[in-house]
Design a protein around this ligand. Structure first.
Ligand SMILES: Nc1nc2c(c(=O)[nH]1)N[C@H]1C(S)=C(S)[C@@H](COP(=O)(O)OP(=O)(O)OC[C@H]3O[C@@H](n4cnc5c(=O)[nH]c(N)nc54)[C@H](O)[C@@H]3O)O[C@H]1N2
Ligand SMILES: Nc1nc2c(c(=O)[nH]1)N[C@H]1C(S)=C(S)[C@@H](COP(=O)(O)OP(=O)(O)OC[C@H]3O[C@@H](n4cnc5c(=O)[nH]c(N)nc54)[C@H](O)[C@@H]3O)O[C@H]1N2
Ligand code: SF4
Ligand SMILES: [Mo]
Length: 741
């Protein structure tokens, strides 16, 4: 007989326990049922009742058991015994590991100041918010995450400045959009980033009109009413031209604009010059098609704008975000059913402890002065500017940063210009990496801490992109090796350091998050699995928008106050056939990188057999004419080269890409190779990208896409390229002037 024990279902016949949790093999959010037998997870299935995924799982979630029980997972803390990067380790106890970290932090702080510790993390995992909390608790303003300037956060910050909150796409309610515009975003592959791919599929089943803005003909583009195949990196020009049409042809929502927006006249004046005829040669889209798209977008309602990280991978990032925010705003597609909505935030902001760090210390954040929306006064989640921080590590200027504590980030694969990343990591006096696997980045550490996967941790899942208002649980179901959950590690370090904050049991923080508005405790969420308070629309009608004018600021008073252009404008990509025609003679193609595929999450999962079988080798996409002119065919290896480096990938012939554009996959390394760099330099798209200025003036964004490259056929047997590293990585800390401590 089955007996139901709250959320835990015992199957008496088979002695199997079923626990509710939330998959986090990506940014996460899908409800799952974990089947546990003898303290081992034997099966993972989608929770049919969970509003996000209704029982479905993507390939990465469906093969999560290969992640949890992967033989390559780290099991014990380890200390480096050889040279850094030599791959020689000894097993140590957690006590020894904690003692070492605590003494290194104290030593570094005593010699160079609290700001000389760098705390790093990767994209949107369960412990993301805890990392900045931890950094604040130990007194360093220099924490960073690759997405704060390159992914999602620019959209969050731009939205907060413009309309007070992040708008998101809600698909769980009855009303679905009549039109969806997918802009640099392919949620059928990339799933949760503002919504869930599963919700998008449901909405598409109702056959809304669709517009797709993408240099590649994705499945969405193929089926779209209008596909705008723009030149990579010119999204701002296209958005400005669409605004021009909507305003000039009087297609905007007068009532909404009059009552709820600020600075419409100024915006109208600004976009006057940005006609479709102006945009056509810049974007490579036809003027008529831009007009047609603008008309369709403005006249079919309600509509959703699905925007992705493609707009955040060039220095025009913030301008593009701001221009795009104007489209739903002037057409009134804001916070009502079937259109962009504001999440309900039924839990309070995460206690990140920024208020506990004195203003003087905050001002030392690297990037504070130059990138106000990323690191300074306008930042909603202030973080350090990675190129500025890395420069400080390498050169000691403006002050030394000497120790790094990374909680899950494969910087040697995912940051721009990885040759510089390598030099940066090697320049540190001390590097600790908390990881699931021995990645190329972890190989450069002094100390390795093994962490728990999502199925082994307790936490509350409720982040800004959970528009659906679902708050879900992740619960510890098994113990693997000696792995410990990141939050617990951070807490223990803080306790042993004797600092004032971040020393309470993480469960107390989860209780706080849930008790404020939901009136529940973490153990109650564990019982329920997830909760979904009722969703309300038109929330702005009660209290206006949370901006200085109480309206959507098309003209941003906050940006104006900081000396940043309050209206969106166009910026040509720094490297392009038009801005650098000389360079284009040698590097004739425009490079895009990293369009997501369903098998891998960034640099992860190459060690999961089922997923790897789907994509065994790195691939780049070339138009058939391009392949022919280069004399290569499908499956041949080519070397993709920029001024900064080279990587080799296999040719995939793809008609849906412009002959002048090349797409390279990112995140490739080879966990199956035993050498300490695991083939990191061979096929790594970030050997090609740039961490150099110019940066986005608001967010400090560097260039991961829209760069110039050339392509050369190579034989597989040819020795792969490796960067030419300097012999010494000693930073010049002795030379710098006394800095302001
Ligand atoms: N060229 C190019 N580069 C890109 C992109 C691109 O499109 N093109 N995309 C960029 C974007 S949008 C992003 S967000 C970044 C992502 O950059 P990263 O966040 O560095 O991406 P991951 O490869 O997922 O690295 C995360 C690491 O954390 C580990 N990990 C996973 N879960 C946990 C956990 O719970 N705890 C700990 N401690 N570790 C964990 C994984 O094993 C993995 O090694 O990459 C960027 N890089
Ligand atoms: N399976 C899987 N899911 C993921 C991830 C993953 O690695 N794997 N990563 C997660 C993360 S951190 C993120 S940020 C999201 C990213 O996911 P998305 O936001 O969907 O972004 P991408 O897939 O990188 O790119 C989307 C589309 O933008 C197009 N594109 C490239 N350059 C340009 C350009 O200049 N302009 C325009 N308009 N389009 C361009 C690409 O061709 C691609 O089809 O996915 C998340 N989900
Ligand atoms: S979309 Fe993300 S959360 Fe959902 S099953 Fe896939 S990996 Fe897991
Ligand atoms: Mo991202």
């Amino acid at each position: 007989m089955d007996q139901i024990l709250k959320n835990t279902v015992f199957n008496a016949k088979e002695n199997i326990i079923i626990k509710k949790s939330t998959c986090r093999n990506c940014h996460g959010g899908c409800g799952v049922l974990l089947h546990i037998e003898d303290e081992k997870i034997i099966k993972i299935e989608g929770d049919p009742e969970h509003p996000m995924n209704k029982g479905a799982l993507c390939p990465m979630g469906a093969s999560a058991l290969e992640q949890i029980y992967n033989p390559k997972r780290l099991k014990y803390p380890m200390r480096r015994v050889g040279e850094r990067g030599e791959g020689k380790w000894e097993r140590i106890t957690w006590d020894e590991a904690y003692d070492e970290i605590v003494s290194k932090i104290k030593e570094t702080q005593a010699e160079f100041g609290d700001e000389s510790i760098w705390v790093g993390t990767g994209t949107g995992r369960h412990h993301f918010a805890y990392v900045s909390r931890f950094a604040n608790a130990i007194g360093t303003p220099n924490w960073c995450e690759p997405g704060t300037a390159q992914c999602f956060r620019p959209r969050v910050h731009g939205s907060v400045l413009t309309m007070g909150q992040l708008p998101v796409c809600v698909y769980t309610n009855e009303e679905m959009p009549e039109l969806i515009m997918f802009w640099g975003h392919n949620p059928l592959y990339s799933s949760p980033d503002g919504e869930m791919g599963f919700g998008v599929k449901e909405a598409l089943a109702r056959k809304p009109k669709t517009i797709v803005v993408d240099p590649r003909e994705t499945m969405l583009a193929r089926k779209a009413d209008i596909w705008l195949q723009l030149r990579p990196g010119t999204d701002d020009a296209l958005a400005l031209a669409m605004l021009n049409v909507i305003i000039e042809e009087d297609l905007y929502d007068h009532d909404f604009v009059d009552e709820w927006t600020h600075g419409f006249d100024e915006l109208a004046e600004r976009v006057k010059k940005y006609t479709p005829e102006w945009a056509a040669p810049i974007t490579w889209c036809k003027a008529d098609q831009i007009r047609e798209a603008a008309r369709l977008y403005a006249t079919v309602k309600p509509s959703m704008l699905e925007w992705g990280c493609a707009i955040e991978h060039t220095p025009a990032c913030f301008q593009t975000v701001r221009a795009l925010l104007c489209l739903p705003s002037i057409t009134g597609n804001i916070d009502h059913p079937g259109s962009w909505a504001f999440g309900m935030t039924p839990i309070p902001p995460f206690p990140q402890l920024f208020d506990k760090m004195p203003q003087e210390q905050q001002k030392k954040r690297l990037g504070y002065e130059n990138f106000k929306v990323l690191s300074g006064e306008l930042a909603q989640l202030p973080s350090a500017h990675i190129p500025t921080l890395f420069e400080a590590i390498r050169s000691g200027n403006p002050y030394p940063v000497r120790a790094g504590l990374i909680f899950g980030n494969n910087a040697l694969s995912t940051y721009g210009e990885v040759e510089l990343v390598y030099e940066t990591l090697k320049s540190l006096d001390y590097l600790m990496v908390a990881e699931l696997y021995m990645t190329p980045t972890a190989e450069l550490a002094d100390l390795i801490l093994p962490v728990s996967t999502w199925a082994e941790v307790d936490t509350v899942v409720a982040t800004p992109f959970y528009a659906q208002n679902v708050i879900s649980v992740q619960q510890k179901t098994i113990q693997y090796g000696e792995c410990i959950q990141d939050e617990v590690i951070m807490t223990e370090i803080c306790r042993r350091l004797g600092v004032e904050h971040c020393t309470e049991d993480p469960e107390e923080v989860f209780d706080y998050l849930l008790s404020d508005q939901l009136g529940m405790k973490f153990h109650e969420l564990k019982e329920k699995g997830w909760v979904q308070p009722e969703f309300k629309y038109h929330k702005y009608k009660e209290n206006g928008f949370k901006t200085p004018t109480g309206k959507i600021e098309l003209y941003s008073t906050l940006l104006e106050g900081e000396g940043i252009d309050p209206l969106p404008y166009f910026e040509e990509p720094p490297e392009s056939p038009y801005s650098t025609p000389e360079l284009a003679k040698e590097y004739p193609f425009i490079l895009i990188t990293g369009a997501r595929i369903p098998m891998f999450f960034q640099s992860e999962f190459r060690q999961m057999p089922t997923l790897r079988k789907g994509r065994p080798e790195p691939e780049c996409e070339l138009h058939p004419d391009t392949a022919e002119s280069l004399g290569v065919k499908a499956g041949d290896w080519v070397s993709i080269e920029t001024e900064r480096g080279r990587c080799r990938q296999k040719v995939k012939i793809f008609k849906g890409i412009d002959p002048n554009v090349i797409h390279a996959q990112h995140g490739w390394w080879f966990p199956e190779e035993d050498s300490p760099d695991h083939g990191n330099w061979r096929s790594n798209a970030n050997t090609l990208t740039s961490m150099q200025p110019p940066y986005c003036s608001a967010m400090g964004t560097y260039q991961l896409r829209a760069l110039l490259c050339k392509v050369i056929p190579v034989a597989e047997s040819e020795e792969p390229w490796r960067p030419d590293f300097p012999e010494s990585f000693e930073p010049n800390v002795g030379d710098i002037q006394e800095w302001d401590r």
